[in-house]
Design a protein around this ligand. Structure first.
Ligand SMILES: C[S@@+](CC[C@H](N)C(=O)[O-])C[C@H]1O[C@@H](n2cnc3c(N)ncnc32)[C@H](O)[C@@H]1O
Length: 274
């Protein structure tokens, strides 16, 4: 999975993307548990760093992607460091709160990498501090549709690229979506038509808003000279879709003690007391 290509290609459009998954809403919900100094790992262009700084926190961001770090510095003059969550360039117990943003463990699919990310976050966190680890989650009403149409398959594999592919087909002729859905799900064609027709007839608000968001991104990309195809091509094909119970299982399997797992609308956050 080449997530690096995705981050780099989409970096110029990040203003439209960054407040999703571990964004400002979960941060606000956790604010009473966040103490300075804060490290955000996978900070992107620094939305959370800025959000916390505006509330008086000293927050430092770290991101592996050069374009993200460069743009965050150019646009917002932020305290951002280029580096890998696997080897944090900080000494032990430097931060009171450490956040591993969504989009970091989500791509470190194997247990060894995830263990290393978490161990590093624990190392740089002061004893008595807190570590938050965010996993992707999709709002329930959209998740239901994605499961029906095979964007999330029966093995909880999230085929992210299919979102953009199906949107493209739906924009031209929604009826033609039945063919890829049938291929992705293996369901009978009659059932596929029926279920897809229900989506079309009921037009769930969040799902339609998601489609509008995708089209806005493509429009913004076009203005910057980024073609739709280049954007779609860079989206990772698959990543694991981790539910609360699979996160529990994952953490149990790598012997990480945690305090709680909280489900927000579009991310799931694990809290560890250091
Ligand atoms: C979904 S984005 C973060 C979005 C976040 N809401 C924000 O503040 O903008 C995930 C970020 O994690 C970064 N990332 C992924 N793997 C990483 C790693 N191993 N070390 C550091 N950063 C990483 C990516 O470059 C990307 O910018």
């Amino acid at each position: 999975m080449d997530a690096e290509r995705w981050w780099s290609t989409w970096a110029p459009l990040w203003d439209l993307i960054e407040d999703r998954h571990f964004g400002t809403r979960p941060t606000e919900s956790l604010i009473d548990q966040i103490e300075s100094d804060v490290l955000i790992i996978g900070a992107g262009q620094g939305l959370i760093v800025r959000y916390l700084a505006a509330r008086g926190y000293h927050a430092v961001g770290l991101d592996i992607n050069h374009s993200m770090v460069r743009i965050s510095k150019e646009k917002h003059n932020l305290d951002m460091v280029e580096g890998d969550a696997l080897h944090l360039p900080f000494k032990d117990q430097l931060f009171n709160t450490v956040v591993i943003s969504s989009g970091v463990v989500d791509y470190g699919a194997d247990k060894t990498a995830i263990t290393a990310f978490i161990r590093e976050a624990i190392r740089v966190c002061l004893r008595g501090g807190k570590i938050f680890i965010a996993f992707y989650r999709i709002p329930v009403s959209i998740e239901k549709i994605y499961k029906k149409i095979g964007v999330i398959d029966l093995d909880d594999v999230y085929h992210m690229k299919r979102i953009f592919e199906i949107n493209e087909i739906a924009e031209k002729n929604p009826v033609r979506c039945a063919t890829p859905i049938q291929k992705w799900t293996g369901k009978g064609m009659a059932r596929v038509y029926f279920e897809w027709a229900i989506v079309g007839l009921t037009q769930p608000r969040e799902f339609m808003a998601e489609r509008k968001w995708i089209n806005n991104i493509f429009e913004a990309g076009k203005e910057m000279g980024l073609t739709k195809q280049a954007l779609i091509d860079s989206v990772p094909d698959t990543l694991p879709y981790r539910t609360k119970s699979s996160i529990e299982k994952l953490l149990g399997g790598i012997e990480i003690d945690y305090k709680e797992i909280t489900e927000f609308d579009d991310c799931t956050v694990v809290t560890i007391d250091r």
